[in-house]
Design a protein around this ligand. Sequence first.
Ligand code: ATP
Ligand code: LTN
Length: 332
Amino acid sequence: MEGKKVIFSGIQPSGDLTLGNYLGAIKNWVRLQEQYDCYFCVVDLHAITVRQEPKDLRRRTLELLSIYIASGIDPEKNTMFIQSHVPQHSEAAWLLNCNTYMGELSRMTQFKDKSAKSGNSIAAGLLNYPVLMAADILLYQADLVPVGRDQKQHLELTRDLGERFNNLYSPTFKIPEAYIPKAGAKIMDLQEPTKKMSKSSENANGFILIMDPPNVIRKKISRAVTDTIGVVKYSDEQPGIKNLINILSAIKSISPEQIEEQYDGIGYAKFKSDVADAIVEELEPIQSKVKQLVSDKKYLAEVYKQGAEKAKYVANKTLRKMKKKIGFIPEN
Ligand code: ATP
Ligand code: LTN
C-alpha cells in the first residue's frame, strides 16, 4: 500500500441505489481499485440528515456494503467500512465546523434543494453535512475523490476547509481533487431528462434501481422519454436520447460518437432495447451476488470490522494532529 495515492468515497444508505449511483460512482471505484489505496465507506452518519426508519437503515447499510462487494470491489485489497464505526469522523467534523462559515454552507445547492423540501423543520445536520463529508475525506489524506458531478461543489468546500486549516495552523491535510467520470457523471431521470436521476424521485419510471428485475428495467427503458427527431444523436436538443447514450457509453466504455455511428439510420425502438440489454447484462450478475451476500451476515461483519480497524488507525493519526495543533492537551 505504501506509496500509492489515496482514494476516499462513500454513498449514503438512505434509499435504494440507482443506476446513477452505480455509473456515477461505484463502477469507477472498481476501475480505480488497482492503482490506488482505496477507502470505500457506507456513510450512515450522512443518511440521518433525513429521517430514517431504524430497521430500514440497518438493512440498507448491509445491502450497500453487499453492493460494493458484488460490484467487484475486493475486500482484500480495499478498506471498506461503516462510517459510524469510526467515531473520528464525527469528532473531526466538529473541529472543522468551528472554522466553517454559515454563509458557505447555506450557499450549497444541495442544501438549498433539500431544505426547500423539508418545510419548516430543517435539520441542522442538513446544513452541516458537507463539513462531515470534508472530515471523511481529509482524515485519510485522500488525493482523489471519485463522485458524480452533483458532488463537485462539496468537494470544493472540502478543499477550502482543508486549506483554511492548513493556513491557520500548519500543513495538516492533503488537498484532494474530485474525480468525475466522463460518461456516467450525471445520469438523468428517464421521465424528465433535464433532472438528475434520483432515488428520491416521485415517479418510479424515472429511475432504475440496481436491484430492479430485468423485466422492470426493460419496461422503464422502453417508456423513457425521447423526442420526435428520430435520430440517435448526442445533442442537448435531445436530452432523453443523450441520457440513453451516456448510459450505454458508461456501461460499454465506448464513446458517444461511436454510438452515434453504430446507430446511424437505426430507430429508437432498437436502440432502446439494446440499452436495456446492456443494463440487464451489467446488473444481473451483481444482483445475484448481492442476494447471496446479504444473507451472509458473518462474512459482511468480517469485512466491516477489518475495514473499521484499518480506517480508525489512519483517521486517528490525522485527528491527533488536528487536536494538537488546535491547542488541546494530549491525553498521553
Ligand atoms: P439523492 O438522489 O437521494 O439526492 P444521492 O444519490 O445524490 O441522493 P448518494 O447516494 O450519497 O446521494 O450519492 C452517491 C454517489 O452517487 C455520489 O458520488 C453521487 O455523485 C453519485 N450520483 C448520485 N446520483 C447520480 C446520477 N444521477 N448520476 C451520476 N452520479 C450520481
Ligand atoms: N455527500 C455524498 C456522500 C459522501 C461522500 C463522502 C462522497 C459523504 N461523504 C466522502 C465522497 C467522499 C453524496 O453523494 N451525497
